[in-house]
Unconditional design. Structure first.
Length: 335
């Protein structure tokens, strides 16, 4: 009689051990960053409008771990009430009063200019409100580099961290913007001490097709890297998602490349593709994630209500580590 083969107990046990090892490796990737950041000591960050539990809990946890020295910018009474209701101790944290989320953004940016904050972390306000203030030319946080968002992904079935960009800011980036997106991701990889990254410029196919703009952009970006217009990374593209991360898929398709099958940075053709890729990895593949906005004078951390405690701590660690790098060796030329 036909049916599904039932594995032996030893096979089930082996599968569980493999799954456990993958999960452990996944958590270790972020735990290492958290430990590294904690050993270096806290970095001043302005927490913008942390007036709800998820946002306030994140900065309190980061402070407790010795990663951030947060300045709470927002409605003092609301933050105090939130802390009481959720059993959070904010008595040792500096508070800067602001009556509205927009005012909190302005106050936080002023702290950056005064040298009292070396980064910004989103609280319980809309991302658009925060980024409108950060991107405003009048607020002085812009540089010659286009800002972009990077997801750091720890996926159970993949060795090492994956960077996915851009999934949150640039909707349909042109070639010049993509150059900055790639350079921002390379700079972060290097700044975190992760070494020279292998960068895959993703598309639906791995050959140049004049009817698919992403493949043309990929070819141009690789040539720009050859000419020194992009530095610090090893680029290849266009590459499909399969042959970017799976060596066997690359072999079957006859792709010989130092990047194929071993990519560390995945550059998507547009925001929709990047957002769907990152969220598929997080919500369907069980990946852990952290996120950061690069390209401003200071790092900007965009946390979400859906983020786990691990994700919040990882984002804080990434922000703290890169803020140190940026202060020691300014990467961006001011506009």
């Amino acid at each position: 009689m036909g049916g599904v083969d039932v594995p032996h107990v030893s096979s089930v046990s082996e599968a569980m051990e493999i799954g456990s090892a993958r999960e452990q490796r996944q958590h270790t990737l972020f735990a290492d960053l958290v430990l590294k950041a904690a050993k270096l000591g806290p970095v001043l960050y302005a927490a913008v409008w942390p007036c709800e539990q998820h946002a306030l809990q994140g900065v309190v946890d980061a402070a407790a771990q010795g990663i951030l020295a947060p300045v709470l910018v927002g409605d003092g009474a609301a933050m105090a009430a939130c802390a009481r209701e959720n059993g959070l101790d904010i008595s040792g944290l500096k508070v800067v009063e602001a009556s509205t989320p927009s005012a909190a953004v302005e106050q936080a940016i002023a702290l950056v200019h005064a040298g009292e904050a070396h980064g910004l972390i989103k609280g319980s306000l809309h991302t658009d409100t925060l980024m409108h203030g950060v991107c405003s030319p009048q607020n002085g946080l812009q540089t010659a580099r286009r800002m972009s968002h990077i997801f750091l992904i720890a996926a159970p079935a993949y060795d090492g961290l994956l960077f996915v960009t851009d999934a949150a800011i640039n909707i349909v980036p042109d070639l010049e913007t993509k150059r900055d997106i790639v350079q921002n991701a390379i700079d972060l990889h290097l700044g975190l001490g992760l070494g020279t990254p292998r960068v895959a410029i993703l598309s639906a196919v791995e050959t140049v097709n004049p009817r698919i703009q992403g493949t043309l952009d990929a070819a141009c970006l690789c040539k720009m890297a050859e000419r020194g217009q992009i530095t610090g990374g090893i680029l290849d593209g266009p590459l499909g998602m399969d042959n970017a991360v799976d060596g066997e898929a690359a072999r079957i398709k006859g792709i010989v490349s130092p990047v194929a099958g071993r990519a560390q940075i995945l550059v998507t053709p547009d925001l929709e593709a990047g957002n769907m890729l990152a969220k598929n990895l997080i919500f369907m593949a069980g990946a852990d994630s952290a996120g950061i906005v690069m390209g401003a004078k200071v790092p900007v951390l965009l946390t979400s209500r859906a983020d786990s405690v691990q994700a919040r701590l990882a984002s804080a660690a990434v922000g703290a580590l890169y803020a140190r790098t940026l202060r020691a060796q300014p990467v961006y030329t001011c506009a």
